[in-house]
Design a binder for this molecule. Structure first.
Ligand SMILES: CC(C)(COP(=O)(O)OP(=O)(O)OC[C@H]1O[C@@H](n2cnc3c(N)ncnc32)[C@H](O)[C@@H]1OP(=O)(O)O)[C@@H](O)C(=O)NCCC(=O)NCCS
Length: 172
């Protein structure tokens, strides 16, 4: 039985299971995604899936109409008031699924789970993700200079955050 976190108009978010492992790995290593994330290995995800889900969780974005997987997120630091969203990846890009899935995840985070804040980091040249996060109400909180070393090149990260009060103000 798949554990469903939340459902919206077109998408549902559910906890990943072992049958999703190949999808998660393939999505991370697809070049158009890999350049924007730091992938984890299969053992990490296997552990994640088999864990009790109290601290971290792999989440599948599923199209309700077809049951197809259309994306994957990882949630971390769930044992603190400040949850981290990471590995935000949509496979069927440019159809509004990234926006809908993140809105659902924010609703789950603040309305169903009662976290105090969420944070997420993003490479400073990832224009689509930067636009998406800011338009959803994330606030730029920090700039980590030359934080990642990718293929011999240092890359900057922007840290975004959203507080529960900011989330609920936007719902009014
Ligand atoms: C970033 C990502 C999750 C967005 O998901 P998506 O489903 O493609 O995005 P959406 O269709 O919901 O569009 C979100 C916004 O980005 C814009 N956008 C989407 N694709 C775009 C493109 N190719 N060029 C310019 N803008 C684009 C949309 O217009 C939309 O903005 P709007 O609602 O103001 O018009 C997805 O593109 C992805 O998986 N990227 C690779 C991995 C990645 O970068 N992850 C983020 C790591 S921090």
């Amino acid at each position: 039985m798949n554990e469903i976190l939340i459902e919206g108009k077109n998408l549902r978010l559910r906890r990943a299971n072992m049958a999703d492992l190949n999808y998660i790995m393939t999505l991370q290593y697809t070049p158009e995604n890999l350049k924007f994330i730091v992938p984890f290995d299969m053992n990490y995800h296997r552990e994640n899936i088999n864990s009790d889900g109290a601290e971290k969780m792999d989440v599948i974005v599923e199209e309700i109409a077809t049951g197809n997987s259309v994306g994957y997120f990882m949630l971390r630091k769930m044992d603190s008031p400040s949850i981290e969203f990471t590995h935000v990846i949509i496979s069927r890009k440019g159809q509004g699924y990234g926006r809908e899935a993140l809105k659902l995840l924010l609703k789950w985070t603040f309305e169903l789970k009662d976290f105090h804040r969420v944070w997420i980091d993003c490479k400073d040249y990832n224009k689509i993700a930067l636009h998406l996060y800011e338009s959803l109400g994330f606030v730029r909180e920090g700039f980590l200079r030359e934080y990642l070393l990718t293929n011999g090149v240092y890359e900057n990260l922007i840290v975004f955050g959203m507080l529960d009060s900011e989330y609920f103000n936007r719902q009014k």
